[in-house]
Design a protein around this ligand. Structure first.
Ligand code: AMP
Ligand code: ZN
Length: 145
C-alpha cells in the first residue's frame, strides 16, 4: 500500500526518487514537493524541483501542484544563490522532445549561470515581425482557458 495518495506512478525515475527507491541528493522536501541536485549539472548548484504528483509536463500539471512547486523553486533557488553566489540564475522547464525533455515528470531546473559559462540556452535579441507577433497574441489570448 503506497502512502503517496495515488499521485505517483511505478515506472518513473522521479517518482522513484520521491519514494526513496533511487538515491538522490535531496535539498528540500515538503508535503507536495521535492528538490534535489541534478547529477548531470550544467553548472555547480544545478538543482531540480518536482511536485509529488506524476504529471508528464506543464500542461498536465494541476494548479494546486504547480503553485507549491514554484514556491519551492523560489525557496531552493534562494538557497542556491546564497551558497553558490553565481553571477545569475536561470529557471528552465522542458515540455516534449523538441524542447529536449528527457524525464517525463514535470520538473523545474534551477541553473546557476555566469556570462561566460558557454551554456547553449543563450540567444541574441532579434526584433520580430510585429504583425505576426500581434496575430499570434490574439490567437493565444483567445485560447487561454
Ligand atoms: P530534462 O532534459 O529537462 O527532462 O531534464 C531531466 C534532468 O534530470 C537532466 O538534467 C538529468 O541530468 C536529470 N536526471 C536524470 N536522472 C537523474 C537522477 N537520477 N538524479 C538526478 N538528476 C537526474
Ligand atoms: Zn513521476
Amino acid at each position: 500500500m503506497s502512502d503517496d495518495g495515488g499521485h505517483l506512478v511505478e515506472d518513473c525515475i522521479f517518482c522513484k526518487i520521491i519514494r526513496g527507491e533511487i538515491p538522490s541528493f535531496k535539498v528540500f522536501e515538503d508535503d507536495q514537493t521535492f528538490a534535489f541536485m541534478d547529477i548531470n549539472p550544467i553548472n555547480p548548484g544545478h538543482a531540480l524541483v518536482i511536485p509529488k504528483f506524476h504529471a508528464e509536463n506543464l500542461y498536465a500539471t494541476p494548479d494546486e501542484w504547480f503553485g507549491p512547486t514554484m514556491a519551492t523553486v523560489r525557496r531552493v533557488a534562494t538557497a542556491v544563490d546564497k551558497v553558490v553566489q553565481p553571477e545569475g540564475m536561470n529557471l528552465l522547464q522542458a515540455n516534449g522532445p523538441g524542447a529536449k525533455q528527457s524525464v517525463f515528470h514535470l520538473h523545474m531546473h534551477i541553473i546557476p549561470r555566469s556570462a561566460d559559462d558557454g551554456a547553449t540556452m543563450n540567444w541574441e535579441l532579434v526584433p520580430g515581425d510585429m504583425d505576426a507577433i500581434g496575430a499570434l497574441a490574439e490567437e493565444i489570448a483567445a485560447a487561454v482557458e
